[in-house]
Design a protein around this ligand. Structure first.
Ligand code: GLA
Length: 730
């Protein structure tokens, strides 16, 4: 089995496919990190702890315990005992002291993977898919126990981590910080890769050398954010797409987070990930427990590409759930960029009539169908139909769309409240606010206090009325502003700092109810584009809107960054009209299709108004999407080009798991004069097998040649041209 306890040296070894993770009980009953990396045959690597290096061993020289504390590679470092590196755990006890001292108490090993209370998390489909080590640490003086949870997946290079804090004493304890994972590396010679950005340019990849001191990304916005995605890779300085050691970390959480690396005085690196402790506190009364969200850790000995493919496999099999988990998603047309707020039921039916003739399968009615919403300045919270726009009511509209053979989807922004709404008039105290201070508007709206069950119940009640009234088969759940003045009218003074986390738990609770009560509804998450593209959301919705930037060329970068840890099957991507509404660029309709095909695929345009030639191209474009979608959803994704490098071209590939076929896509961003064809090496093929490109079955080359020598890509005239090639095993 993947987890082994060596009684002799009191060490634990977790094996996850070709990866191993080792930890041990060190002198003083501290828990120490031994090794994380390529699988090794050894059961005892405790020499890596350098316990023989005097004067650092407390047994031989207790005078210098502080040096021991400040150098031991801790598995879950605490605040206050002389480990001056960044810590994972801190408390305030009943006397106001902040020192805590977690020592090893016991362990147990379980088959499978336990769920985390109230939180999304990866899961084992069968008990033999994973094994979990639960190490209990205790701080006797504070009356606390902390379970450190480690799950090793048998067939994936994945270890997950989490922590559960229990108050087993008789006094209240306040948790000041509870990160989910800390990992120690014996070197500082690593790069930190993060996905940063802003609205309309989410998840741009940045790579920096680690340096002495602390370097971090975080969010304090109440959501995972456009600005920093809760993902970090630490890799060897020379690691690239296909070679070198890489450690990927991704937080299964949708709120404030920290991802931090610290290079210490001895040129070692400590890495930590967890809920942001700024403005965080959690009061734990006797008998209560707190569960920290999960961190997914992926090891790759073959570069970033292998790390990404491991994340993709894990999320497709062990995170995403529901009816659409393994299914092609319906090809939708969304009216946002087609009409914005300016639409009526009649207009939507016109779009549906045209769309249905072209093979589009679902109409999604975006923002503006409720309350009296004609722009973004009113009605959030009033989830009843705006009769002026939707004449005859929602059911009549949905029935008409269904009669055309199309499904119907709808937009909600359930966490929000407009000051100009009936809801706000009735319940102004339901908005998150600091009593006595003005509320900060953002997009003319406030955020509802989702820590309150009465608020969630009320909103859900309104949503249910809509969902039960018509045949709705898809929901876009949006979230268009971040949190300010974070205080709750329903929490006592000593629990105010719990609100950030309670808010996220409230969102999860409602998403859980929605997906349980309406399992047939396809849920797509969204947040001002892609501000909540995180694994927490993927647990509830198999797809997430990537970005409000639908320009095919901008999307190359966004989708490249997103693919670092998220599968293409989860990327909400649409073909939109030109000039593109965000950047004003005009790209060929074919290229827009090829880029959107990497994701869930759909249209975001007024199909009654686009040029006839584009409209005529839609049926063939849909056929092409259908032809390759299974491969895109289930195959191995290889990044070949990198727009971040030179802005000239991009390319990627999807290879079937059995290597029987591969889809290669190329985009020429800038055309240059008088150049030879570009030679591009394919990846992931069977080197022994022969392949032919579908359009030239008579020409066969070995997988080895296609990977070693490459294919010639030429004959593309003009900027923004694209080309796809389909290689089939002969
Ligand atoms: C956000 C979404 C868009 C659209 C608008 C509607 O910006 O990302 O796709 O739904 O809200 O207001």
């Amino acid at each position: 089995m993947p987890i082994f306890y060596n009684e002799k040296n009191r060490s634990f070894k977790l094996t996850a496919k070709d990866t191993c993770y080792m930890l041990a009980v060190a002198p003083g009953e501290y828990l120490a990190h031994v090794y994380f990396g390529k699988a090794l045959p050894d059961d005892d690597l405790n020499y890596l702890l350098r316990l023989d290096e005097n004067p650092f061993t407390p047994e031989t020289n207790d005078r210098d315990r502080a040096v021991y504390m400040d150098t031991l590679p801790f598995e879950y470092p605490c605040h206050g005992l002389g480990d001056y590196r960044e810590h994972a755990f801190a408390i305030e006890d009943k006397k106001g002291a902040t020192t805590c001292d977690l020592r090893y108490k016991s362990y147990r090993i379980e088959d499978g993977k336990p769920a985390l209370e109230g939180l999304p998390a990866t899961f084992a489909n069968t008990p033999d898919e994973a094994q979990t080590l639960i190490i209990t640490m205790e701080d006797k003086a504070a009356g606390l126990e902390v379970d450190l949870l480690y799950t090793a997946f048998a067939d994936l290079d994945v270890i997950t981590r989490s922590a559960v804090v229990r108050n087993v004493g008789g006094d209240n304890v306040t948790i000041k910080r509870v990160y989910s994972a800390a990992v120690e590396f014996d070197s500082e010679k690593m790069d930190m890769i993060t996905l940063n950005g802003s609205w309309a340019r989410e998840r741009a990849l940045e790579r920096c050398r680690l340096h002495h001191g602390k370097q971090l990304i975080d969010s304090m916005r109440g959501e995972s954010s456009h600005q920093n995605n809760p993902f970090t890779a630490l890799c060897a300085n020379n690691a690239d797409e296909d070679s070198g050691e890489v450690y990927g970390f991704n937080f299964v959480y949708s709120g404030n987070f920290v991802s931090e690396a610290e290079v210490t005085q001895h040129k070692k690196t400590r890495y930590l990930m967890g809920i942001n402790s700024t403005d965080f506190e959690w009061l734990l009364e006797p008998g209560e427990a707190f569960t920290a969200p999960e961190v997914v850790m992926v090891y790759s000995d073959k570069g970033l590409g292998k790390m990404s493919r491991t994340f993709h496999d894990l999320y497709r099999q062990n995170l995403i759930r529901g009816e659409y988990k393994d299914k092609r998603r319906p090809i939708l047309i969304n009216n946002w960029e087609a009409t914005y707020f300016n639409f009526t039921a009649e207009k939507l039916v016109q779009i549906a009539e045209q769309a249905s003739k072209l093979g589009i399968e679902m109409l999604v009615m975006d923002d503006g169908w409720f309350g009296h919403r004609d722009s973004d300045n009113s009605s959030l919270g009033d989830w009843f139909v705006y009769e002026k726009k939707i004449e005859g009511g929602l059911k009549a509209l949905v029935d008409k769309v269904n009669a055309l053979g199309m499904k119907f989807g709808i937009w909600f922004e359930p966490e929000m409240i407009s000051p100009d709404s009936e809801l706000y008039k009735a319940h102004p105290d339901w908005a998150i606010q600091v009593k006595g201070r003005p509320l900060t508007l953002c997009r003319e709206q406030y955020v509802l206090d989702y820590s309150r069950k009465d608020v969630r119940d009320y909103i859900y009640g309104m949503m249910r009325k809509i969902l039960d009234n018509a045949n709705i088969e898809y929901i876009k759940w949006d979230m268009n502003r971040q949190l300010t003045e974070v205080a709750s009218n329903a929490l006592p003074r000593e629990r105010q700092r719990e609100l950030w986390h309670r808010y996220v738990l409230g969102v999860y609770d409602l998403m859980n109810r929605l997906t349980t009560d309406y399992p047939h509804i396809l849920l797509e998450n969204c947040s001002g584009g892609g501000a909540r593209f995180d694994p927490g959301m993927l647990y509830f919705s198999p797809q997430i809107w990537c970005s409000d930037d639908t320009d095919a060329i901008e999307r190359l970068k966004i989708q490249y960054g997103t693919s670092m840890c998220y599968p293409c099957s989860a990327m909400g991507a649409h073909v939109s009209d030109c000039p593109n509404h965000t950047v004003g660029r005009s790209t060929p309709f074919t290229t827009r299709g090829h880029v959107a095909m990497v994701g869930t695929f759909g249209y975001e345009l007024d199909v009654t108004k686009i040029p006839q030639s584009d409209r005529d191209a839609i049926p063939a474009q849909i056929a092409e999407f259908n032809k390759y979608n299974a491969l895109v959803r289930t195959g191995d994704h290889y990044r070949i080009g990198n727009m971040f490098e030179d802005n000239l071209w991009d390319a990627w590939e999807f290879v079937a798991k059995d290597k029987s076929e591969a889809l290669f896509e190329f985009v020429q961003v800038m055309c240059r004069p008088n150049e030879r064809s570009r030679r591009i090496k394919l990846k992931g093929l069977d080197p022994e097998a022969y392949y032919y490109e579908e359009s030239t079955p008579e020409v066969k080359h070995s997988g080895a040649a296609l990977m070693q020598c490459g294919v010639n890509i030429g004959g593309l005239w003009g900027d923004y041209q694209s080309k796809i090639m389909h290689f089939i095993k002969a």
